[in-house]
Write a protein that binds this ligand. Sequence first.
Ligand SMILES: Nc1ncnc2c1ncn2[C@@H]1O[C@H](COP(=O)(O)OP(=O)(O)OP(=O)(O)O)[C@@H](O)[C@H]1O
Length: 283
Amino acid sequence: MSDERLRDPGTPGAGLAADGVFWEIGSRAILDDVGVLAPGGAVTGLLGPNGSGKSTLLRVLAGAQQAGRAGSGDAAPSSASGPSLEFDGADLAALPRRERARVLALVEQDATTDLPLTVLDAVLLGRIPHRSLLAGDSDADRAAAHAALDAAGAKELADREVGTLSGGERQRVHMARALAQTPRLLLLDEPTNHLDIAAQLHAMRVLRDLAADGVTVVAALHDLNLAAATCDHLVLLDHGRVVAAGPVGEVLVPEVLEPVYGVRVDVLRHPRTGRPVLSFERG
Ligand SMILES: Nc1ncnc2c1ncn2[C@@H]1O[C@H](COP(=O)(O)OP(=O)(O)OP(=O)(O)O)[C@@H](O)[C@H]1O
């Protein structure tokens, strides 16, 4: 990314370390003792079939959903000692909401709004954690929002109403809002599912550039080839449990993927990058 205003000034830290994360509905464990390591300054792909718990885990990591039991009124963690959620060695769960919003941003899947907001206003929401509560948008905030729109490939949308955007356009705007927030930890739920192929590659390039600038990136992805081409590290969920984690070359192998996805997998090599290219057949 070319714009300095979007760069994180810090050096890569330890990254994200979550352990003992449970989330239950009734007697069903949606997340069952999940532990995740996402190295600092790297792109970690969160993989798993539909319903395996990726979105729930991202929401718990972001503090948008408390670990524990849903619908009981008490969000007490169901493990004896509670989950541990650390980012760069600090306890994420203990951070006040506003401080947490300066550290991390969550881009949710298909987030919508009924508010009559322009795109620029929606992206400026990402600046709120960085200014005093009563202050309006400063010139610096607007400059950061425009830079974020540019980086997300959405600068021509600045004056549009969010409610009138296509799915892919809205996805770029959500990415821009998160970039304007200048997080050190960026969590994204299916950030490319509405994007055309050029926009997918652009979005993943943005994530790689952020990681190069020291940001810890965790993205839930269904496209295993996009994960193979982009990620440094992978975490594979199945039925609410981590079944594999590690470098791309260790996770994207038939022995790991076939039992989880129930398909036959062949792994080829990309002729230029040497990264895995996966081919699938019905199992
Ligand atoms: N509030 C809820 N009430 C009931 N079930 C829920 C609730 N939230 C999540 N679940 C269930 O938890 C499981 C995990 O959901 P989650 O959205 O985290 O999966 P996912 O891996 O992100 O799936 P997908 O790839 O389809 O987006 C699913 O079976 C889902 O139906």
